[in-house]
Design a binder for this molecule. Structure first.
Ligand code: HEC
Ligand code: HEC
Ligand code: HEC
Ligand code: HEC
Ligand code: HEC
Ligand code: HEC
Ligand code: HEC
Ligand code: HEC
Length: 489
């Protein structure tokens, strides 16, 4: 009897519970993972694990404890390659590739792959194209470019004849890496291998690995803002490991980079397209607001707002050079609205609008007072052959570079993200010092006294912003002397 009973129970278990359980597992992945679970957990993958448990125990341990390890996604499910992939290598009886590209991840995470590929991140090579490893020998030097620019911006990974990767271009997890399969970017830029955790990617340090230094001083900016201080004080209340991470629902102790640039809040979906919410292009000698052009295939690019927005259906070139058909354009106003909506979870409307006004004003002040005059003077000096075309062979060029690139970028990012220290002390204070005390004196040296005087009168002396310097009764509180002169003469 008892035996029969337990048999019928087992039978019931097999008939009902197991299918229920497995359909539950399948469904629980279906929400987030594109591929059906029956496609992963390849049997040959078990050999990788048993050997790599010894060959690279740390790596295997990280994988085992990850969401992938738990879901049964193994080494081969990711590293699997086709014989004719150009980076395929024969390894212990299997055909594998070292690089698991965003496209490979996209088999299972289509949404994240498409958003990443469309975003400004995946185009980060375009801005260093003249500085790519092995392609030029400018002041920074080829050897530096692999270890420097390309580590953040990405390399074009070269595959050697035997399928191995060239050391000039690999290892690399730059954000705009061009992979052997043609896809762009690197998911492990933010989700480090082999844990590929979303908790880690939500932490500001996932971003500040790259967003640091003069190109993007957001590391310093964030930690010297109240938001950064709040994160520090409340790290344990940030709920970073939560399955969903909706601002105001799953956490509220502090905003992080991800909260403002990628994260979900009520009415806003999370997105791997980091650039969406930015109204300005803050870098460059002069800042401009920018349209976000969205193409029919969902690719996107920024266009200065001073150009009329292209109409729906027109063809314009993409960042990568090919042509694309315009699907929609998000104006700077629209982009600002989305960013501001994030703030509204913790601040009120007037506070946010007034803050944005202060930020915009600071950027415009830099543009009008320093950025445009300095740019106009430099352009004239090049046009009149008073400077050689080579970019960094004359001291004035380095001074000008430091002015708009190092110092003004700190000021602009500082004002955008609430750091008074970066805005003033490390930003505008140094811009002002540089402009009056280094830039203008160097212009005088290059142009000669007469040409310099006329140039400075035209572009600087004529501006209300600099009028106080002309007034002989006022002593420049910073320098103690007038426009660009190195003494009281
Ligand atoms: C018999 C042991 C063994 C097996 C089985 C094995 N590996 Fe390896 N694998 C190694 C060792 C050892 C290295 C390191 C070689 C070195 O340091 O040059 C390595 C290197 C690698 C690399 C780096 C290759 C490179 O040069 O960039 C990858 C990726 C890799 N294995 C993945 C796998 C996968 C996936 C499987 C299963 C299909 C697998 N391994 C099976 C031992 C093994
Ligand atoms: C979720 C996908 C995924 C899984 C699962 C996975 N890998 Fe990787 N692996 C990657 C990615 C991504 C890289 C880095 C290359 C890149 O950026 O594309 C990598 C790199 C490697 C490297 C070379 C880089 C290094 O740091 O030395 C080895 C070796 C390696 N994996 C072995 C394994 C082994 C062994 C397993 C199973 C225990 C495994 N991988 C499971 C995605 C995966
Ligand atoms: C064969 C399918 C498959 C591939 C390929 C794959 N993943 Fe996953 N991934 C999964 C599954 C399944 C989960 C677990 C989902 C869940 O628990 O809801 C997951 C979860 C994740 C998570 C969430 C982790 C967490 O902390 O909860 C991240 C991030 C992730 N994958 C990134 C990647 C990256 C990056 C790659 C490529 C290097 C990749 N995946 C390749 C199937 C895959
Ligand atoms: C530590 C990481 C890092 C290194 C190293 C680095 N960059 Fe950048 N760079 C960034 C980040 C992050 C941005 C994005 C700034 C922004 O959009 O606000 C950026 C922006 C830029 C821009 C401006 C793009 C724009 O949106 O206007 C150029 C040009 C550039 N970098 C070139 C280089 C070159 C050339 C090198 C090497 C000589 C280099 N970078 C080294 C991280 C880095
Ligand atoms: C710029 C950093 C960054 C890059 C690059 C990046 N991710 Fe993410 N990813 C994140 C962050 C941050 C989260 C958590 C977002 C949240 O919950 O608000 C996340 C979450 C995820 C999740 C979990 C989604 C969920 O709802 O549980 C998956 C899967 C994922 N990423 C896959 C990828 C893949 C695949 C790539 C490459 C194509 C990639 N990510 C590239 C930052 C990044
Ligand atoms: C591996 C390096 C790297 C990592 C990690 C990284 N970024 Fe970036 N990011 C860049 C580079 C390089 C650019 C400049 C791209 C360009 O101008 O083409 C950039 C651009 C941006 C921009 C500017 C977009 C625009 O419209 O100009 C934002 C915002 C941004 N990143 C946010 C983030 C956030 C948030 C994280 C972390 C979740 C992050 N990034 C992680 C390298 C990185
Ligand atoms: C409280 C919200 C908030 C936080 C936290 C935050 N940002 Fe920002 N970020 C902004 C705003 C607002 C702007 C300016 C948007 C605009 O152009 O209108 C901005 C601008 C930027 C830009 C400049 C893009 C450009 O146009 O050149 C980058 C890069 C960036 N943030 C990265 C980061 C990183 C990395 C972190 C974390 C260390 C971070 N942000 C934290 C709100 C935030
Ligand atoms: C998770 C909640 C949260 C989010 C999201 C958030 N903030 Fe804050 N913010 C705070 C808190 C709390 C303070 C500290 C206020 C205080 O001084 O008591 C603060 C401080 C500030 C300050 C400094 C005020 C001062 O006293 O100097 C500014 C400016 C600011 N936030 C603007 C913004 C903007 C703009 C956004 C959106 C881009 C934003 N915040 C998003 C919670 C948030």
């Amino acid at each position: 009897m008892t035996v029969n009973h337990s048999h019928s129970r087992q039978f019931l278990f097999i008939c009902l519970i197991i299918p229920l359980w497995s359909s539950f597992v399948a469904n629980s992945f279906a929400e987030k993972v594109t591929l059906d679970p029956s496609n992963w957990g390849l049997k040959e993958g078990e050999a990788c694990i048993s050997c790599h448990k010894k060959a690279s125990a740390g790596l295997t341990h990280a994988w085992k404890n990850s969401a992938h390890g738990e879901a049964g996604v193994n080494c081969l499910d990711c590293h699997l390659a086709e014989q004719d992939d150009n980076d395929a290598i024969e390894h212990e009886g299997s055909i594998i590739a070292t690089i698991v590209s965003p496209k490979d991840c996209g088999r299972c995470h289509t949404k994240e792959y498409q958003e990443t590929e469309a975003s400004v991140h995946s185009k980060a090579i375009a801005v260093i194209k003249d500085h790519l490893p092995g392609q030029s020998d400018d002041p920074s030097g080829k050897e530096m470019q692999s270890a420097g620019c390309a580590s953040c911006h990405g390399s074009v990974v070269e595959v050697r004849g035997d399928g191995t990767l060239s050391p000039e271009t690999w290892p690399n997890t730059g954000i705009g890496r061009v992979n052997p399969d043609g896809s762009r970017g690197s998911c492990s830029a933010c989700h480090t291998r082999h844990s590929f955790s979303k908790a880690q990617a939500r932490d500001p340090s996932a971003c500040t690995w790259c967003h640091t230094g003069p190109d993007s001083p957001d590391d310093k900016v964030y930690w010297s803002s109240k938001h950064g201080a709040m994160f520090n004080a409340n790290r344990d209340k940030m709920n970073l490991s939560s399955d969903t991470w909706v601002l105001g629902k799953d956490y509220s102790a502090a905003p992080t980079c991800v909260t403002c640039h990628m994260g979900a809040s009520p009415g806003i979906k999370p997105s791997h397209d980091v650039g969406m919410r930015n109204a300005w292009g803050l870098n460059g000698p002069v800042s401009e607001k920018q349209h976000l052009v969205i193409f029919e295939d969902n690719d996107r690019r920024n266009l200065p707002a001073s150009q009329t927005a292209p109409r729906r259906g027109t063809e314009i070139s993409k960042v990568t050079g090919e042509m694309g058909k315009v699907k929609a354009v998000a104006t700077p106003k629209r982009r600002r609205q989305i960013m501001s909506k994030v703030c509204l979870e913790c601040h009120n409307k007037n506070f946010v609008n007034d803050f944005m006004k202060q930020f915009d004003n600071l950027v415009e002040l830099y543009n009008e007072k320093y950025g445009k005059p300095a740019q106009a003077i430099m352009q004239t000096l090049y046009a009149e052959d008073l400077l050689t075309p080579a970019p960094f062979d004359e001291p004035l060029e380095s001074i000008y570079w430091r002015l708009w690139h190092d110092e003004a970028t700190k000021a602009r990012h500082g004002a955008a993200m609430m750091s008074p220290n970066l805005t003033w002390w490390e930003g505008m204070h140094r811009v002002a010092h540089n402009f009056y005390n280094e830039f203008l004196p160097a212009v005088r040296k290059v142009a000669g006294e007469d040409r310099a005087n006329s140039l400075i009168d035209e572009h600087v002396g004529s501006l209300e912003h600099h009028k106080w310097l002309k007034d002989a009764s006022i002593t420049n509180p910073i320098l103690g002397y007038g426009i660009g002169r190195t003494s009281h003469d």
